[in-house]
Design a protein around this ligand. Structure first.
Ligand code: CP
Ligand code: NVA
Length: 332
């Protein structure tokens, strides 16, 4: 008999609003426990992956995602096995179908960074173990979990049932890309409004807008999506200003064209002021950062929470791997 198919994390769209909230909360609890003076690994995590190997198939570079997921696996007593694009036959010289069957017969899970999203979706389709998307051209769920952990930490709430972020506004200024798409899906599910300013021709594709609209149907309290080509319009009353690189991995050939198209989208204090951001606005960026998309003054300034956000990748990874590998997709 065919075993019960595993549950995968390919996008924030795979999570209900309650599950998203729980993963962020668990990340916060684990962070607090492990960083406390006693620094003990919570009982539920200790040895949770002992004797298990997690395959990490990365077809693109990575600092944060690699270090945070390998660290998360180590924290739970498991062994991460990093397999870079030159190490294994990931869609080159062997079908993803064959790779998926082989990897999943020997490991407890697959963490995969790919180019086209269909690659990670194909791996998942045939895998007997959970597949976690470590970045595809469409989604970056581990980043979004860390981002909402960061926002929740800097905007603490006493609500017992939600993260208490309803009514906040995020302004995304820059390229409509993988990091934005999962962030927008998450924001929608958590009741956070998101305004997206992109140059003409670089906006959210219609199909992706459909996915974000679907996310709004998962909760009565959905956050709203606004789109514009004018950065100041998106920034009006925003609590958080966020951007990412203008040239994602794989788009290097378009660098000159993109730098020209995005030149008025650089985040600076003057832009934030001109746009009328909230008085206490904060700045986020998934990193790696390049100076063209944000000024040093903002990036290294007191409003920037980017290094907290980067550290939170570890706590988010622990929470996600606990949910999807240790607890087999039962998020509690
Ligand atoms: N933010 C992020 O995913 O960074 P890396 O590409 O370094 O993993
Ligand atoms: N949008 C970027 C994110 C890197 C973490 C890329 O895809 O290269």
């Amino acid at each position: 008999a065919k075993p019960f198919p595993p549950r995968h994390l390919l996008s924030i769209a795979d999570l209900s609003p309650a599950e998203l909230t729980t993963l962020v909360r668990n990340a916060h609890h684990h962070k607090t426990a492990i960083k406390a003076a006693t620094g003990e690994i919570p009982h539920s995590l200790r040895g949770a992956l002992a004797g298990k190997t997690v395959a990490m198939t990365f077809s693109k570079r990575s600092t944060r995602t690699r270090v945070s997921t390998e660290g998360a696996i180590a924290t739970m007593g498991g062994t991460p096995m990093f397999l870079g694009k030159d190490d294994i036959q990931l869609g080159v010289n062997e079908s993803l179908y064959d790779t998926s069957l082989v990897l999943s017969s020997m490991t407890a899970a697959i963490v995969a960074r790919v180019g086209p999203h269909s690659d990670v979706a194909d791996l998942a389709k045939h895998s007997a173990v959970p597949v976690i998307n470590a970045l595809s051209d469409l989604y970056h769920p581990l980043q979004t979990l860390a981002d909402f952990l960061t926002i929740a930490e800097t905007h603490p709430s006493s609500s017992a049932t939600s993260l208490g972020l309803e009514g906040m506004k995020i302004a995304w200024i820059g390229d409509a890309n993988n990091v934005l798409f999962d962030l927008a899906i998450g924001a929608t599910k958590l009741g956070v409004d998101i305004s997206v300013a992109t140059p003409k021709g670089y906006g959210i594709p219609d199909e992706m807008r459909g996915v974000i609209d679907q996310a709004a149907l998962t909760t009565p309290n959905a956050g709203k999506l606004f789109e514009t080509n004018v950065p100041e319009e998106a920034i009006k009353n925003a609590d958080i200003l966020v951007t990412d690189t203008w040239v994602s991995m794989g788009q290097e050939d378009e660098t000159a064209k993109r730098l020209a198209a995005f030149k008025d989208f650089r985040i600076t204090s003057e832009l934030a002021q001109r746009g009328g951001a909230k008085e206490n606005w904060e700045f986020m960026h998934c990193l790696p950062r390049h100076p063209e998309e944000v000024s040093d003054e903002v990036f290294y300034g007191p409003r920037s929470i980017v290094f907290r956000e980067a550290e939170n990748r570890l706590w988010a990874a622990i929470s996600a791997l606990e949910g999807f590998i240790v607890n087999k997709g039962k998020i509690q």
